[in-house]
Design a protein around this ligand. Structure first.
Ligand code: PLP
Length: 379
């Protein structure tokens, strides 16, 4: 039986968003960030859909090996470097580039004495990982004096790039201290920095959110490129249509009470699928290209919407929950007090994924394992 809730991943839109990132990055290379299963879009699916990508970046070494086995030859950066000592061997074996962000990782590199490629991370205010500028400079000098290690460049990750009111001057000054002293190439920009500060583009921009149509500044749209397109569409079928009389409430906790008679639709998706329970009444959905409002509490498998203004909508009709033109995931996330990434990562494995491999063509491929070949065949 078909599931009432499903996700579509629109690969042509993903490719166009990547091309857009390339244009914005100018001469910088763009490494697509694929951590957390490509922000819930599917690790190998996304990587194989970007055959011309300059490179990829992710966190789990196993994921990088998965990509190598899937035939990905482009550079792959491990954003947190080696998570255990053996990852240094894995990196050498599979040509993975390592971020070097902690003293214990430096000890592993020196002990292993293997031909690794490393990006030395400078702490510019995130204060989780990375070396302070003076120490970073010393680490670079030390590695450059070893015959086996290649220092590819310097890396940093801004704490506040997505907060337009917070200037990047101080983190930038700290980073440039090391860049200027070493003359090394650098990678500093995530999506937010790519969009707001050209000087941060460097040799490589590490772009995640923009590829998936997530505006890091939402609801501020001033720096957001109008050409970016939704990639993930979360949709579900209407499984029941009914009436709510004035004064009647709907759903758990009677959280919404009708002030006038209403036509309502029950949609076959809930928090058990990955639609956020935090979404309040009034959160928009889209039916037949028109907006309708969520009513009452989201349940595990269903949610209710107002169909009063949409008399033609029937059982079996499709409702877009996010990811259509005019209904971004950003808007839904913002209504819930979170960001698109959290919603996308929280989609559950119970939701089947169809990938759209060419514009206006849908292939039903529920299983990630079978996806890549299909996807390439349609490129
Ligand atoms: C996730 C991540 C990125 C990508 O960030 P976006 O804001 O999604 O573009 C870049 N660099 C590092 C170190 C990351 O962890």
């Amino acid at each position: 039986m078909t599931k009432t809730a499903y996700v579509e991943i629109h690969l042509p839109a993903l490719r166009r968003n990547y091309a857009l990132a390339k244009t914005l990055a100018g001469t910088a290379r763009v490494w697509a960030v694929l951590k957390s299963d490509a922000y819930g879009h599917g690790l190998t699916r996304v990587a194989l859909a970007l055959p011309d990508a300059d490179g990829f970046a992710l966190i789990q070494p196993d994921d990088a090996v998965t990509l190598r086995h899937a035939g990905i030859g482009a550079p792959i950066l491990l954003l947190e470097g080696a998570l255990e000592e053996g990852d240094v061997d894995t990196a050498v074996q599979h040509r993975l580039e390592l971020v070097l962000r902690s003293e214990h990782q430096l000890q592993w590199l020196l002990k292993k004495a293997q031909p690794v490629t490393a990006w030395v991370k400078v702490n510019t205010g995130m204060n989780r990982f990375g070396f302070n500028p003076e120490r970073a400079l010393a680490v670079v000098r030390q590695l450059q004096a070893t015959p086996f290690c290649r220092v590819a460049g310097l890396m940093t990750h801004f704490a506040c790039a997505d907060q337009l009111g917070t200037p990047l001057d101080e983190p930038w000054r700290r980073f440039m201290q090391v860049v200027d002293a070493t003359g090394l190439p650098f990678t500093a920009a995530n999506s937010a920095a790519l969009l707001r500060e050209t000087c941060t583009h460097g040799a490589v921009a590490r772009v995640g959110g923009l590829l998936y149509n997530n505006n890091p500044f939402y609801p501020d749209t001033r720096l957001w490129p109008a050409a970016a397109e939704p990639v993930m569409r979360f949709a579900a079928r209407i499984v029941h249509v009914g009436m709510l009389q004035a004064g009647e409430s709907i759903g758990y906790g009677a959280a919404f009470t009708a002030r006038h008679d209403m036509r309502i639709g029950i949609v076959g998706a809930g928090y058990g699928d990955g639609y956020p329970r935090a979404a309040p009444s009034g959160t928009p959905v889209q039916v037949n290209g028109q907006r309708a409002a969520l009513l009452g509490r989201v349940a595990m498998n269903v949610l209710a919407i107002d169909l009063s203004a949409l008399p033609e909508v029937q059982i079996g009709d499709e409702v877009t929950l996010w990811g259509a033109p005019g209904l971004s995931c950003d808007e839904i996330a913002w209504r819930c007090g979170t960001i698109s990434e959290e919603l996308q990562c929280a989609l559950t494995s119970r939701v089947p994924i169809r990938q759209i491999v060419a514009d206006a063509t849908v292939s039903a491929i529920p299983d990630e394992q079978t996806a890549p070949a299909q996807c390439l065949a349609h490129l």
